[in-house]
Design a protein around this ligand. Structure first.
Ligand SMILES: NC(=O)c1ccc[n+]([C@@H]2O[C@H](COP(=O)([O-])OP(=O)(O)OC[C@H]3O[C@@H](n4cnc5c(N)ncnc54)[C@H](OP(=O)(O)O)[C@@H]3O)[C@@H](O)[C@H]2O)c1
Length: 291
């Protein structure tokens, strides 16, 4: 399942996400990474339908939002995504964050379900058996959170963990651990997201490799991700970039190693961390949580 290139649709706003999905499918992408929380599933579904590409040729991902972790809320949340996307099943459904909020109320932490996600997972397993989801996985789980989940007697192991991976936050330890434990990583914000993409594409090593191989800096970065063994989720609403991002190459080993070393040579800088914004009172990427 690794070594594929996909199209993510976060921050692709109304009116632009549909044309981005159409352009991606036309360019040859067959994997769309969405989520209930992106609030654009209806437009994504319409574009998929209008493409005329048979549903079974497309890999469609959505994610369970934090407010719906209570077992009785999981299926209605999934059904809402399925309805908006206009499909009877998802290829992959992820727990979007290892954080559960109460269904009602603004970011009120459900401490029990956050500390123990197994009841949520068991419900997801049931939905696999019901045929509504083909694979289940996790997102934004660090090693401690993964172990906290997989210590339970799971019927189905997480198929993937979707996490932030980019030049400024390459997470080599998590990558190694995932490889050693047979867990596929999906790289989100692979270009550094909209607020760090410029900086990423200007990195001297990225520029030098792009020049040497006669490819663009974005192609150099995406090729590096593929070569690391991850599934890459670049997002663009610009048709020319959508096409550009699909053209990956095999980097010569020395170029790959140069990029890997440059990425690991600075303190990691995460671009996505909602801990503060959600008022958690702890950093959700730290191993030690207060409960
Ligand atoms: N699981 C999670 O919690 C989570 C969190 C974040 C993201 N994600 C997933 O990962 C996907 C990608 O993440 P992201 O959107 O944060 O970051 P990204 O793909 O790293 O960066 C997107 C930014 O890069 C620009 N860009 C794309 N291709 C380019 C190119 N060839 N040259 C120059 N600029 C280029 C885009 O501009 P234009 O669009 O204007 O072309 C946009 O500003 C999301 O859509 C979502 O599916 C998941």
């Amino acid at each position: 399942m690794a070594e594929v290139c996909l199209s993510g649709v976060w921050k692709a706003g109304p009116g632009e996400v549909g044309q981005a999905v159409s352009a991606a499918l036309k360019a040859g992408y067959r994997h769309i990474d969405g989520a209930w929380a992106y609030r654009n599933e209806e437009e994504v579904g319409k574009a998929i339908h209008e493409s005329g590409i048979p549903r079974e040729q497309i890999w469609l991902t959505s994610k369970l939002w934090n407010n719906f972790h209570a077992p009785e809320d999981v299926e209605p949340a999934l059904d809402e995504s399925l309805g908006k996307l206009g499909t009877e099943y998802l290829d992959l459904y992820l727990i979007h964050w290892p954080i559960a909020f109460k269904k009602e109320g603004n970011n009120v932490l459900d401490v029990e379900l956050t500390a123990d996600p197994y009841p949520t997972w068991k419900k997801l397993e049931e939905l696999v058996d019901k045929g509504k989801i083909r694979n289940i996985g996790i997102s934004n789980f660090n090693i401690a959170r993964i172990k906290n989940l997989t210590a339970n007697p799971l019927k189905y192991q997480p198929a993937v963990n979707q996490v932030e991976l980019n030049f400024f936050n390459p997470q080599p330890e998590l990558l190694k651990w995932a490889k050693d434990n047979g867990l596929v990583l999906e790289a989100y914000s692979p270009l550094g997201s909209n607020n760090q993409v410029k900086e990423t594409l200007s990195v001297p090593e990225v520029q030098a490799i792009a020049k040497e191989l006669n490819i663009t800096p974005a192609q150099a970065v995406i090729s590096w991700h593929v070569q690391r063994g991850t599934v890459v989720l670049p997002k663009s609403v610009t048709p020319s970039r959508i096409e550009e991002n699909l053209q990956v190459v095999a980097l010569p080993q020395d170029a790959f190693e140069k990029l890997e070393a440059a990425a690991a040579a600075h303190p990691p800088k995460r671009v996505v961390n909602p801990s503060q914004g959600w008022g958690l009172g702890f950093d959700l990427f730290e191993d030690e949580w207060p409960f």
